[in-house]
Design a binder for this molecule. Structure first.
Ligand SMILES: CCCCCCCCC/C=C/C(=O)SCCNC(=O)CCNC(=O)[C@H](O)C(C)(C)COP(=O)(O)OP(=O)(O)OC[C@H]1O[C@@H](n2cnc3c(N)ncnc32)[C@H](O)[C@@H]1OP(=O)(O)O
Ligand SMILES: Cc1cc2nc3c(=O)[nH]c(=O)nc-3n(C[C@H](O)[C@H](O)[C@H](O)COP(=O)(O)OP(=O)(O)OC[C@H]3O[C@@H](n4cnc5c(N)ncnc54)[C@H](O)[C@@H]3O)c2cc1C
Length: 572
């Protein structure tokens, strides 16, 4: 997936075949259907796209307009794009690469709509790759990044597919058109939950790549005078450079560990769901939505901090950082736009808060909501103790969830409908959900560094990194911690001075910490981040390959500059 965040070459891309199309078959097809399509997909004997988003709808899946109408006389579904805005728009590989697609469409049978379901549709001939009859395909045009990948559009003009092409693991339509309900209507969304979970690792890898590039370059680059007359120092010796890069490095580790938890959670909850126990689905959805939203947003911002920390060369494509940023920016929108996803987490938190108010003991990632004391307990805290830091983040999140939920209850008591009260508190709700996810990442980081099986010297370094990540979060969001007096000004000052100490403590291990990501130069694709550190020679070689250097005097001189200069000189 890290490679996917770099631009793919050649105008085709089968990233989505692997991360969306094939998993959809795995998760939504019956055993019978898997026998038909899964091996073909795994062997890339067919290439698929995940065609859900339309020109007019991406977030609101229930608003999708593509229809799949069951015709019992032929036992077929008729797939149709009734409007311009129902055109499938954005799916990776859909325009030029894929010959199959799982198409999310509103299912109609016996005149009734049963909502969005997935259907397998062949879109191109396996002989000559021409679009199938009734299917119109194309690429949606240049994007911010990853223009090597075709993101496409598709329109369906009453395309007929066999009944068996409805992915029927959860819901079914019988030959006579009878609709059989799934255990939960949200199981049709399960592949989105899976994919959001994988985005946490994609974010970790992207931030790991960016910090590898920026830390290594910051050891090669020497600039300015720290002391008059002394040699120019490595820019990583400046505290400001450490303050820019080390919190991003710590976040990369934090997100890497969070993705381990996400993968483990996804496996165990979907395992239970296979046995019919749906109880974990809501928590899995809330966690994957919140973690995806939080980690991709922090990663995109963090990559740009790394880019700026590399000066002009960071802005060059030679650094690899603009491409990484473009890829990470895509993760903030794709697979559920970040705002909408964080609101889904907020919805779950408000529900859990109400349950805890009614006396229910909460478990899982929200257990702290019922355990945390509402009243602040001010006092001299040991701000370098991980337990203290975790408790501070949980207190902050619990307070903000309570505040947002009570605000919403207040609005409803004033007579507002629930939906209006929700909307008028949604900024508070988003901030509370972000605080919740942040507290989960800190707790999980702390638990991982205390339990992971490593040499004690490595544990010491990881512990410093966890302290750095937590102290940075507290100083960056100091107001949230000061608001109810849970932390005092003195605590925040202590956090700041501990943070400075952590920057100095992490410095000697910084290169080892990025080397530990073990990202090959071929994955980094960065002149600045080269393992051998030979930046300047390779920067010059890279520049010489620029297309503009194919000729000494560019053709534009003769076309535009020469006549322009001539006419200006003639006026002198
Ligand atoms: C450079 C390289 C480039 C790198 C690029 C990398 C590749 C990019 C690949 C990208 C692929 C894509 O984008 S594929 C397309 C991705 N699209 C999306 O993700 C669409 C996002 N939208 C949605 O998922 C939905 O519309 C959502 C926002 C959740 C709203 O759904 P609904 O309206 O049906 O549900 P709501 O009314 O909000 O909530 C009703 C209840 O359902 C629950 N619920 C909602 N979704 C649920 C779910 N998935 N699983 C369980 N439960 C769920 C809620 O918690 C509520 O529970 P209660 O509170 O108990 O009632
Ligand atoms: C690189 C890339 C790859 C993609 N690949 C695929 C793919 O393979 N398959 C596929 O099906 N799709 C794909 N998509 C599409 C992607 O899933 C959608 O772009 C995404 O779901 C957002 O939907 P939208 O674009 O319609 O934006 P909208 O949903 O229109 O959102 C626009 C703005 O409105 C806000 N908004 C919307 N609803 C709410 C709400 N309820 N509350 C508050 N604010 C709201 C959003 O926060 C956002 O800021 C891809 C997109 C990108 C960028």
């Amino acid at each position: 997936m890290a490679a996917a965040l770099q631009t793919l070459g050649g105008g085709i891309g089968i990233t989505l075949h692997w991360i969306a199309f094939t998993p959809t078959i795995e998760q939504q097809a019956t055993e019978e259907q898997k026998k038909k399509w899964l091996k073909l997909a795994q062997d890339v004997a067919i290439v698929g796209a995940y065609a859900q988003t339309e020109m007019g709808h991406g977030t609101f899946v229930r608003g999708l307009e593509t229809t799949a109408t069951y015709d019992p006389s032929t036992q077929e579904f008729v797939i149709n794009s009734p409007t311009l805005t129902s055109t499938k728009w954005w799916p990776g590989g859909l325009g030029k690469t894929a010959n199959h697609a799982t198409v999310m469409a509103q299912l109609y049978t016996r005149g009734k709509c049963y909502g969005p379901h997935n259907f397998m549709v062949q879109i191109r001939s396996l002989e000559n790759h021409q679009p199938c009859p009734g299917v119109t395909l194309g690429d949606i045009g240049p994007k911010m990044e990853s223009n090597g990948n075709d993101n496409g559009f598709a329109r369906f003009d009453h395309v007929r597919i066999p009944r068996e092409n409805m992915l029927m693991k959860f819901a079914r339509v019988e030959a006579d058109g009878t609709y059989v309900q799934p255990p939960s209507s949200k199981l049709a969304y399960s592949n989105m939950v899976y994919l959001r979970g994988t985005f946490v690792m994609s974010a970790a890898q992207a931030l790991a790549s960016a910090t590898t590039i920026a830390v290594r370059y910051s050891c090669v680059r020497r600039q300015s005078e720290m002391k008059p007359g002394e040699p120019e120092p490595q820019i990583l010796e400046y505290q400001t450079q450490q303050y820019k890069l080390f919190p991003q490095l710590a976040a990369a580790y934090a997100f890497w560990f969070a993705s381990w938890f996400m993968t483990q959670q996804h496996g165990s909850i979907t395992g239970s769901m296979e046995k019919g126990d749906m109880s974990g689905l809501a928590e899995l959805h809330a966690l994957s939505a919140g973690l995806k939203s939080y980690t991709t947003a922090v990663t995109a911002r963090g990559i740009d901090v790394c880019r700026m920390a590399c000066g002009g060369h960071g802005y060059s494509h030679a650094s690899g950082l603009p491409a990484l940023f473009g890829g990470a920016a895509a993760l903030c929108t794709a697979e559920g736009e970040n705002t909408v996803m964080m609101l889904q987490t907020a919805r779950y938190l408000v529900k859990c808060f109400a349950q805890s108010q009614a006396g229910k003991r909460l478990t899982g990632t929200v257990a702290y909501l019922s355990a945390v004391q509402p009243s602040p307990v001010a006092g001299n805290r040991n701000m370098s103790d991980l337990g203290t830091l975790v408790a501070a983040f949980q207190h902050r999140a619990a307070r903000m969830v309570r505040h947002a939920a009570m605000q919403m209850q207040g609005e409803m008591q004033k007579g507002k409908a629930r939906e209006d009260a929700w909307n008028s508190c949604s900024v508070l709700l988003i901030k509370a959900a972000e605080a919740h996810v942040h507290s989960f990442v800190v707790r999980n980081f702390a638990e991982t560094v205390q339990t992971v099986e490593v040499d004690e010297s490595v544990r010491a370094v990881l512990t410093s990194l966890c302290q750095l990540y937590s102290l940075y979060g507290i100083t960056e969001h100091a107001g949230d911690f000061l608001k109810d007096g849970y932390l005092t000004g003195r605590d925040i000052d202590a956090a700041s001075s501990h943070l400075s100490a952590m920057l100095a403590r992490v410095r000697p291990d910084a290169v080892a910490l990025v080397d530990a990501f073990d990202l090959h130069d071929k994955i980094l694709r960065s002149v600045l981040g080269r393992y051998d550190g030979r930046v300047y020679e390779h920067l010059y070689e890279w520049a010489k390959k620029s297309p503009l250097n194919k000729s000494e005097v560019h053709e534009s001189y003769y076309k535009y500059l020469q006549p322009f200069l001539k006419s200006n000189r003639a006026k002198l």
